[in-house]
Ligand binder design. Structure first.
Ligand code: 1GP
Length: 237
């Protein structure tokens, strides 16, 4: 079964999913075996990606992860150079909340010669950047403006437009290190209006925030910074 089918199946069984996001720029390869033990029984996927990653670092991290975990490795790349065949799946992102052609279509074009020859599962993902209370790296790097959390109408329309464009997933992103995670009202509204899986990430640090996102309608939640800062996070969860 591929990852997308697994997500759909989990939704039909009313099971919620958790992904841990690892940024190849920040992970110490010598610590991988230690912290994967913490993730193995808690998360469903490991996402790998970052806004700015040096060449080769993603592949090295994915290789190391593969030696230490059976969890599926999903690429969540900040740009096309982070794509590697060593992973299982690629979130083929298009930043549909922004008006920067580089992240709407140009990065995607650059990835095609590689993807034509790769065996990665590709999941078309509408990526929507929402104001997380601070200027996040994704905002800086993509040079796009996040949508205000109060503009629920625009967020919802953007998600619906993404679905109509044929995206297989919608990803509501408050940005890594956000001080304000995507609100429950937004998650509720978007999940009510789309019939494709919904991912939520950015600024989620506690069990309560995780449950709130799930209860509001997120199918899959992504946690990065909170785990990076404290590998024992799940001991308390
Ligand atoms: C994934 O960017 C997020 O969508 C991760 O955000 O690092 O704040 O958990 P955090």
């Amino acid at each position: 079964m591929n990852i997308y089918q697994y997500i759909l199946q989990s939704i039909s069984k009313r099971e919620k999913l958790l992904a841990i996001l690892l940024d190849p720029d920040k992970v110490n390869l010598d610590e991988v075996s230690k912290f994967t033990q913490k993730i193995n029984n808690k998360a469903d996927f490991i996402f790998v990606g970052g806004s700015t990653v040096s060449n080769g670092d993603t592949e090295n991290l994915v290789e190391k992860l593969k030696e230490n975990t059976k969890l599926p490795i999903v690429l969540f790349p900040g740009d096309y150079t982070q794509i590697t065949n060593k992973a299982d799946t690629l979130l083929f992102l298009s930043l549909i909340s922004g008006e920067n052609p580089e992240y709407l279509i140009k990065q995607q074009l650059k990835s095609v010669p590689f993807l034509e020859k790769s065996s990665l599962e590709i999941i078309s993902t509408g990526y929507i950047l929402i104001n997380g209370g601070v200027e996040t790296s994704v905002q800086k790097v993509s040079n796009t403006r996040p949508i205000d959390q109060l503009n629920i109408e625009l967020i919802s329309r953007t998600a619906i437009a993404g679905m109509y464009m044929g995206k297989q997933l919608i990803y509501l992103e408050a940005g890594s290190g956000a001080t304000e995670a995507v609100s429950q009202i937004i998650i509720k509204e978007v999940s009510k209006n789309i019939s494709i899986p919904l991912i939520v990430g950015g600024g989620i640090r506690t069990r309560k925030q995780l449950d709130d996102a799930f209860n509001a309608g997120a199918d899959l939640v992504v946690i990065g910074t909170a785990f990076e800062e404290n590998n024992q996070l799940f001991d308390r969860f």
